[in-house]
Each structure stands twice: as C-alpha cells, then as structure tokens.
Write a protein that binds this ligand. Structure first.
Ligand SMILES: [Zn+2]
Length: 73
C-alpha cells in the first residue's frame, strides 16, 4: 500500500473575497474597505427589508387562501 498524502488543505491559506468588489480579504472580514462595508450594509438592509416584505406578502396570501377555502358560506 502506498503512502497517502492527506494534507492538501494546508497549502491554500484561508481567505475569502470582498463581497462587494471581489478583492481577497482575511477570513474574518466580509469586505476590503470602509466604502465596501457601507455598500455591503446598505445591501444587507435592503435585502432584509425585501425578505420581510415577501414574508408579509406570503402570509397575506396564505391568509386569504385560508379565508377563501374555509370560510363558511
Ligand atoms: Zn471591496
């Protein structure tokens, strides 16, 4: 049996890319600069608002479906 090398992970240092412009940043960072952070937070806020809006829409839709199907006539 041959020797198996199991240390492939160690060669590439941990890193990620700036969520906004794609430049490499340290693993604990989301973005590379204060400008990108501002853009990133704006985007997060907008996404959260959109998700909340969709959730409300979904609940309203389910609610009206429920009313249509189960309301006694
Ligand atoms: Zn950036």
């Amino acid at each position: 049996m041959s020797h198996v090398a199991r240390e492939r992970r160690a060669r590439i240092p941990d890193h990620r890319h700036c969520t906004i412009c794609g430049r490499p940043v340290p693993p604990q960072e989301e973005v590379c600069s204060p400008e990108c952070r501002k853009t990133y937070e704006d985007r997060l806020r907008r996404e959260r608002r959109t998700r909340l809006f969709l959730l409300i829409l979904y609940i309203a839709l389910l609610g009206s479906l429920f009313v249509i199907f189960f309301l006694p006539r």
